[in-house]
Design a protein around this ligand. Sequence first.
Ligand SMILES: O=C(O)CCC(=O)C(=O)O
Ligand SMILES: [Fe+2]
Length: 303
Amino acid sequence: MSETDAFAWELGAAALEREHWAARDDAILEVDPRDPAALRAALAALFARSALIVRAPGFLPATVAARLAARVVGGEPLVEEGVEGPAAPAAGAPAAAQSYRRGVAFYEVQDSAAAADRYFAATDAFSEELALASAPDESPLDRLRTSLREVWPLGARRQTVGGRRLGFGIARLFTEGGHATPHQDCLERDALLAPTDGRVVTQLATNVFLSAAERGGELLVWPRHLDREAWRATLQRTSGSSNALSPAKLGPPAAILRPHTGDLVLCLSDHPHAVARVRAGRRVTLAAFVGYHGDGAPLTYWT
Ligand SMILES: O=C(O)CCC(=O)C(=O)O
Ligand SMILES: [Fe+2]
């Protein structure tokens, strides 16, 4: 059994019919997205790493989410997702892609200065497209950043790298079979071409669910951040992706969440996290990162 098959098997066993599972009661928090004090407390719990996942149900009404999903991933062809895409197909058997995205993430443009320049030249392209697709409603990502600014004492601003502002938002589609192997997202590791401006102490992945999978597609988060050395030792050697971690070496996750359409879900992206294979339906998310730089600094956001 390859490492990827072992992963699929483990997640099959973990694909709970329950809403969520957590090793500790406080590992998954549920908050009302319209309660600023609750949202602030939940963010603080994530930054302190006492919570691993925060779910805000009903961030978007289901009808608005469904309409936006159709507009964002239903039109022009999507880009095949590189990082979370399917493992390289066996020789002579090209597999249909199961993971796609619209928009470009900073972590994808680290291989060449030319790709990074193209990224920086178009950092507002996706957010503008999303704002148009959301009309007459506000873009969910604009609403997210407004609420970060409002709930956090020192507000929130765009993350920059080498003085250049990063983009904000991508859309991701997983069809049946789509999944993300365990990985950590850390800006410092991604910013190979220039130093990040301000050290990110804790990094969150934030996802707005335009469509939740009917079965599968759970979010899994492991209990501890892997430092560079531990991260290297846990890398999956057989995977095509350069940051896929080995589920066998990681052991069991500490929290598993089954998202619902309209949810806003935040998790510690600098802990290993993964998306279980989608078994039925389409899983469509708007994704972005949030950085905590200490209590004396504004939050930052980017993709
Ligand atoms: O889609 C998700 O639930 C999480 C995906 C992910 O790995 C991320 O947003 O960093
Ligand atoms: Fe991630």
